[in-house]
Design a protein around this ligand. Structure first.
Ligand code: F6P
Ligand code: MG
Length: 443
């Protein structure tokens, strides 16, 4: 039997000067400080809603978070979770696994352990700070930022909703070539929508200001892997082979709320309206995550905001989408696995139910940088390693990643391609300027 090649090392804060190091040193403490400020700012609201109990809970949450920030900044060992939330045992087992890694670096700690683990762990501890402190246990510390991104992207949202509603008027008359062109446009809007995340900017404004459709052509050279043709072929073939009992199903593993979510919803509506798909499953997060990731609340809130907007095409979108949810042709799901520290190659063991669910899909669209890191294990891969290999046996169904590059891992490039960009633009992997639409056909 051919030897299985060893996996490359994980990205980690122990590599000084890396994005991981910079993120753990600067960006994560900044995010924690913002979370603490947010709680402070809501003190009066907690008092009005819950009286003294609300204020006590806020103080306890703040002290928990200050302790967390101190542990991070002084590179303390990672401690087991002490709450009794449903995923706590899995997190603690994962800590044991990290402790026992044969090539591990001693006791897991903030700067020594894999970055992916540490970063996810921080968001899970933020969640614990609130969840353990009723009556403010349902407070989403990132909610305001997500709403702000939505409102500040208003013009871009109007431009996109207007474009889309105009398109719907004659979608039935479009020939295959025209449908393909529209799909390609909306895939690119959804790709570049991923620039708008708030963990990358440590919570600073990152809304979409200009019309998302105008600059698409100029941005084509920045798509380093462009597998849109493959996505199109898959969808067209699925449509042709569809029988009465077999629906074409597309799953979108969502990333950020705000403008990015809008771009995903428009893409999802296009897939249904063009009859390239019959049903869309959206996968969001079950707890507040990476500052701007979409929870069920954000998803419903966004659709409600659109529905009640003062703009005809925005509200048309919102009302139609509410209808899709009611009819069951759009389904929102939020499995706990998406907010565990495991990369996706572990899904079939850790969350076999979710893996089985994804196997029912014709196409999985993974949005964003964190999903890409979890798809490829967040490792120091050679740029030219095939995407299929980096997926490390994660093949529930054909999949495509739509991701702007914000951290230093990338696979599936042509030989020399990465090195060439590196020579002229050292920041190419972390600036969010480049993107990939990267497809894997599965087994
Ligand atoms: O904090 C770092 C990080 O994981 C980056 O890789 C990326 O900047 C961000 O968080 C998440 O990005 P996205 O919202 O695209 O998953
Ligand atoms: Mg995100």
């Amino acid at each position: 039997m051919a030897a299985v090649p060893a996996l490359p090392v994980s990205l980690s804060g122990r590599f000084k000067g890396s994005v991981a190091y910079f993120t753990i040193k600067d960006r994560l403490p900044q995010i924690l400080t913002r979370v603490i400020d947010t709680l402070h700012r809501h003190k009066n609201e907690f008092f009005e809603e819950h009286g003294e109990k609300g204020v006590e809970a806020e103080k306890r949450a703040i002290s928990f978070l200050s302790k967390l920030r101190n542990e991070l900044q002084t590179d303390k060992p990672v401690t087991p979770l002490e709450d009794e939330l449903p995923d706590a045992a899995l997190w603690n087992q994962y800590l044991d696994y990290q402790r026992n890694l044969p090539n591990g670096n001693g006791e897991p700690s903030w700067f020594q352990s894999p970055w992916l683990y540490i970063e996810c762990y921080m968001y899970r501890r933020i969640h614990a700070a609130l969840a353990q402190n009723p009556p403010i246990d349902n407070f989403d510390v990132f909610k305001e930022g997500k709403a702000q991104n939505f409102f500040e992207s208003q013009e871009a949202i109007i431009a996109l909703c207007t474009y889309f509603q105009e398109l719907l008027k004659n979608i039935k008359d479009l020939d295959e070539k025209q449908l393909q062109e529209e799909l390609f446009k909306l895939l690119q809007v959804s790709l570049w929508g991923n620039k708008c995340d708030l963990s990358f900017s440590a919570g600073e404004d990152s809304s979409q200001k200009s019309s998302p459709l105008q600059s698409l052509e100029n941005m084509v050279p920045y798509i380093l892997v462009n597998d849109m043709e493959k996505v199109w072929s898959l969808l067209v073939n699925a449509k042709k082979n569809r029988t009465e009992r077999s629906n074409v199903r597309v799953d979108i593993i969502l990333d950020n709320a705000g403008f990015e979510l809008l771009s995903d919803l428009v893409l999802a509506d296009f897939l249904l309206s063009s009859k390239l798909a019959d049903e869309i499953y959206f996968h969001g997060k079950s707890i507040p995550w990476y500052v701007s990731d979409t929870t069920k609340h954000d998803f419903n809130w966004t659709i409600r905001q659109l529905g009640s907007a003062n703009h005809m095409w925005m509200s048309r979108c919102g009302i139609n989408w509410e209808g899709n949810l009611k009819k069951g042709v759009w389904v929102f799901c939020d499995h706990m696995f998406w907010t565990l520290p495991h990369d996706f190659s572990n899904m079939s063991d850790v969350a076999p139910d979710l893996y089985a669910e994804l196997q029912k899909s014709n196409l999985l669209l993974f949005k964003g940088d964190l999903n890409y890191r979890k798809l490829t294990g967040d490792r120091k891969w050679e740029y030219s390693v095939p995407f299929h290999q980096a997926l490390n046996k994660f093949h529930p169904a054909p999949l495509c990643s739509l991701r702007t590059l914000k951290c230093d891992t990338q696979v599936g490039l042509k030989p020399g391609q990465g090195e060439q960009i590196q020579a002229s633009e050292p920041e190419w992997m972390v600036s969010g300027k480049y993107g990939v639409i990267q497809f894997d056909a599965g087994l």
